[in-house]
Design a binder for this molecule. Structure first.
Ligand code: SF4
Length: 434
């Protein structure tokens, strides 16, 4: 979501005549788009902004702004840490960044030296911008379909930083996807904080299909668009209609990132996650049933307040039972303003660390096993970019979201073809074009 927001702000600045430079050392304006999900992310962003503000002469230093979730969450309090900061822009004001930068550049006389813009925007679904104007240099694109979240997971700051759910219309999303396909995009990833709840309470179910399923069906009909992904869904909105889409919608890739957070019902309840371990396992099983090629990944929080050894063992066993092949495993991080901060029995740091390590090594084992099973098999890949390492190496992705590195020519970026897998690590497959 942040990548998508940054693209949009960059485009709007370019439209106003600004130029994006490749090195912050020569920039006149530096904007940091920030995350608030964990404390560490906020501390890093504050450290980075402080460095930018201190590293140059006060009169010649760049204008420095902080945007996004941390800006929304902390607002003017950021000046306690960063007294020279110029600009604080919340999540509903991204589209106004060029106007704020203009006025900071032109500041004279009585014009305030710093700007804080974190209020809610009226008619705020219109702030979820489409993509039609941004430059595209690879064959995949993110498409924001909604903003905000009406859930109140007790650990999560997102409802505070992103506000209530707002949805774009199906027509505008489909139109954007169609234009992207016309411009050569082969794969879209639909974005939302609770993406599969898209349209709830606002758009009607038709033939017992949720608005999200209706949307997937409509996007599938677009010529030239070969792959659809989405992130992040919530188990409560993963109904039978959505599970069946993996049988009926050809362009829907057989990969689901479904946050589980914990395998213990007691902890799920404390987290205010309204599903059970049993229900989660059932969804995972059904997804593998409708498409045996399905790969699943998840988010897990270890060391949530009051998580006992027994709760953790339940998470571990669910992790094994689902056989996740990819996962983001987080040590619980206290977020001021969330209910969980006031819960009893916070778990000591070393226990969190130890549980984190247990799941990370389990993940490595499961992932390697699954990747080794791919050796000798053929996969269709969409070539996305040059590989980070290795001359003449390119990186493509399978439908099940595995990276494949192979020898190829740069002109192949954007193309789809089959590769045969010859070796594997826990995170990457290596293969040859066939
Ligand atoms: S559903 Fe996701 S974004 Fe919404 S409150 Fe829960 S964790 Fe946060």
């Amino acid at each position: 979501m942040n990548e998508r927001d940054s693209e949009d702000v960059a485009y709007k600045l370019k439209e106003k005549g600004y130029e994006i430079v490749s090195d912050e050392k020569i920039a006149d304006v530096v904007l940091l788009n920030t995350c608030s999900v964990r404390e560490q992310a906020e501390l890093k962003a504050i450290g980075k902004a402080g460095h930018l503000l201190r590293s140059q002469n006060k009169n010649t230093r760049p204008i420095v702004g902080v945007m996004g979730c941390m800006a929304q969450n902390r607002g003017a309090d950021l000046f306690d840490h960063l007294p020279d900061l110029d600009l604080v822009v919340g999540t509903q004001k991204f589209h106004r960044v060029p106007q704020y930068v203009d006025s900071l550049i032109d500041r004279v006389g009585d014009i305030p030296k710093r700007i804080v813009a974190i209020e809610d925007e009226e008619g705020s679904e219109s702030e979820i911008k489409d993509h039609l104007d941004t430059e595209i240099d690879n064959p995949t694109a993110f498409v924001s379909i909604m903003q905000g979240c009406n859930m109140n997971c007790s650990f999560c700051i997102v409802p505070k930083t992103r506000g209530k759910e707002r949805y774009r219309t199906i027509e505008s999303i489909v139109e954007e996807c169609r234009e992207l396909a016309d411009r050569g995009i082969r794969e879209v990833t639909l974005l939302g904080q609770i993406v599969n709840a898209y349209g709830r309470g606002s758009l009607r179910k038709i033939n017992n299909k949720t608005p999200f399923v209706q949307l997937l069906e409509s996007i599938d009909k677009i010529d030239g668009l070969e792959r659809i992904r989405f992130t992040s869904p919530h188990p409560i909105s993963f109904g039978e209609d959505l599970i069946n889409c993996y049988k009926t919608i050809p362009s829907l890739c057989e990969y689901v990132h479904l946050p589980m957070q914990s395998g213990s019902d007691r902890i799920l309840k404390l987290m205010n996650r309204p599903y059970s371990r049993q229900r989660y396992l059932e969804i995972a099983m059904k997804l593998r049933e409708v498409n045996p090629k399905m790969r699943l990944s998840t988010d897990i929080i270890v060391g949530f307040p009051d998580e006992t050894e027994n709760d953790f063992e339940l998470t571990k066993s669910a992790f094994e039972e689902v056989n996740f092949e990819m996962a983001f495993i987080f040590k619980y991080s206290e977020r001021k303003g969330t209910p969980a901060v006031s819960f009893n029995n916070h778990v000591p740091r070393e226990v969190k660390e130890q549980r984190n390590q247990v799941l990370l090594s389990l993940l490595e084992k499961q992932s390697l096993k699954s990747n080794n099973l791919s050796i000798g098999k053929r996969f269709q890949i969409l070539v996305e970019s040059k590989a980070k390492r290795g001359v003449g190496k390119l990186m493509g992705r399978t439908r099940c979201n595995r990276k494949v590195i192979y020898d190829g020519e740069n002109c192949e970026i954007g193309q789809m073809f089959n590769v045969q897998i010859s070796s594997a690590t826990p995170t990457t497959l290596f293969g040859e074009k066939i």
